[in-house]
Design a protein around this ligand. Structure first.
Ligand SMILES: [Zn+2]
Length: 535
């Protein structure tokens, strides 16, 4: 007797082999049989005719650490068929941390979910135990932020760590690895992660490599310096003998379009030399951040209030624009504005006036009859230096697709899961559609690669990368993380103007054998587990 059987369904087992029609039976949390089960009984039967069944997707790059505490369901991700979240990316994980960092994170959690129970633990062990105890809908894989270790030891101090500080950071990373982390991450454009130079990162990477852990990196530049930044990541892999995952690989700014060719060649060469490198990507042409990220770093020294004051000073404001527009930036820094332009920067979250959300800066400027730079600075001032969320269209279609079809590519949404209920602000649609739009737009409509290959990228390759031995494929004895979908209708309709739309064409999602989403409705299941590295 099976707990359930999905009958006559097209099986995409994750192996890249051609799909085939069969029945799949589940007992407990495991796939118990795949084949002809027509004489077998089950407590529940699903008709899979016309539908496809795949191993649950693994979102290899998320920022759901706090989101899962605020809302255990992980809605925008699980509604696409994601069954495992990889947390702690871009150098910033929720733990390890000190009390001051815990207070700041508490404020963020309370903004996301005012009635949720604040989590005040400091260690990886405490966080993972908390997820276990509260219960979550998706499996969780934890990665340790290098920025956390840096902040705990040196706060926001620039410059290299001294030997004692380095030892302290290594001890923090080591402890997190001992407590269940799969690796560590850097975010080398964010403070304080960015203050670490290569030697410091290599030292930490050597600790992680002792545990066969991974190095995930948001590299030090994604526009003019992207080649050097990729080289740095590969160099860390070489020196520390650690597996490297380059996060959200891309080439930003029109002047950099086409450089994905050179980037991919570098990566392939490194692999030939023995560096174990792979990468992930979200399938969208726009990136997301705060509007102040276009300003030169000196503009925000001392915090928000100081930044606002400088923007109100005509001379300093003119100096900023000069830096932003200069071909070489300030010499050390180049604005993300370069190769983008005001007509490609869309406001997506502006608390003082939500009616501006969805409009380009150039468009708002024209309506107001003013210069776009004046509009830009006015918006930041009006919000008192608080985050004005933007998406900016910086990537080229050709690069996006060249990276996507590459055999080393995996899919990561680069978001924390959010709910689809109406709320102020417009999250990047990648939170709602990264996986579904691969299946709809890029497989069915554009025919860039086969459904079989897509499932391999979104499940199997990621499971292999993480060393998850019983997930990422449909195989007898594997955990029953399953997604049942209609290959003819699946799509990610979320867009920049109306992002809070769940994926379509996803019939059912099971996590560890438990039905968690059925036809767009979350069942309330908390069947996700904290996964531990197999060492
Ligand atoms: Zn990042």
């Amino acid at each position: 007797m099976y707990d359930f059987i999905i009958r006559q369904v097209k099986i995409l087992d994750g192996s890249k082999e051609s799909a085939f029609v069969a029945d799949l039976g589940v007992k407990g949390d495991e796939i118990a049989a795949i084949g002809d089960l027509k004489d077998e009984k089950a407590k529940q039967v699903f008709n899979g005719q016309g539908l496809a069944l795949a191993p649950g997707f693994i979102d290899i790059h998320t920022h759901s650490d706090t989101a899962l505490l605020a809302d255990y369901r992980g809605q925008s991700h699980i509604q696409q068929g994601v069954t495992t979240e990889v947390l702690g990316q871009c150098g910033g994980s929720i733990v390890p941390r000190n009390e001051k960092m815990a207070e700041q994170a508490k404020a963020m959690q309370m903004r996301m979910a005012p009635h949720s129970e604040p989590f005040m633990g400091l260690t990886t062990e405490e966080y993972l135990a908390e997820l276990d105890q509260r219960g979550v809908s998706l499996n969780a894989v934890f990665i340790t932020g290098q920025g956390n270790a840096r902040q705990m030891v040196m706060d926001y101090t620039d410059g290299p760590a001294n030997p004692e500080q380095l030892e302290e950071m290594k001890a923090i990373i080591r402890r997190s690895m001992e407590e269940g982390s799969f690796g560590f991450s850097t975010g080398l454009i964010y403070t304080p992660s960015v203050y670490a130079e290569i030697d410091e990162i290599v030292e930490l990477a050597r600790v992680v490599a002792e545990y066969d852990g991974l190095y995930f990196t948001h590299i030090r530049g994604e526009n003019d310096t992207v080649i050097q930044a990729v080289e740095e990541a590969l160099e860390i892999g070489r020196r520390a003998k650690i597996a490297v995952q380059i996060s959200h690989l891309k080439a930003m700014g029109r002047h950099m379009w086409g450089s994905s060719k050179e980037i991919l060649k570098l990566i392939e060469q490194a692999r030939e030399e023995g560096v174990d490198v792979t990468f992930d990507q979200y399938p969208y042409l726009a990136a997301a951040c705060g509007l102040d990220a276009i300003l030169p770093p000196w503009a925000s020294v001392g915090g928000k209030a100081e930044m606002v004051k400088r923007l109100q000073d005509p001379e300093l404001k003119a100096k900023m624009l000069e830096n932003i527009l200069a071909e070489e930036g300030t010499g050390e820094w180049i604005s993300i504005y370069k190769g983008v332009g005001w007509d490609n920067i869309m406001i997506t979250g502006f608390a003082p006036d939500h009616s501006l959300e969805g409009k380009m800066i150039a468009e708002i400027a024209e309506e107001k009859g003013q210069d776009p730079w004046d509009t830009c600075s006015e918006l930041i001032i009006a919000n008192q230096g608080n985050r004005v969320s933007i998406v900016y269209f910086a990537m080229g279609e050709e690069d996006l697709e060249r990276i996507m079809v590459h055999p080393l590519q995996m899919v990561g949404s680069d978001t924390g899961a959010v709910s689809g209920l109406p709320a102020p602000g417009k999250p990047h649609p990648r939170a709602f559609g990264s996986f579904a739009s691969i299946l709809g737009k890029f497989v069915r409509e554009k025919k860039l690669f086969s459904l079989e290959e897509a499932i391999y990228k979104m499940s199997t390759a990621a499971a292999n990368r993480l060393g998850l031995k019983d997930r990422g494929m449909l195989k007898v004895g594997y955990k029953a993380d399953l997604v049942l979908f209609n290959p003819d209708t699946v799509e990610g309709p979320a867009d920049y103007i109306d992002p809070r739309q769940y994926a379509k064409g996803i019939e059912g999602v099971w996590v560890n054998g438990v039905l968690s989403v059925w036809r767009g409705e979350h069942t309330g299941a908390k069947a996700g587990r904290v996964l531990k590295p197999s060492r």
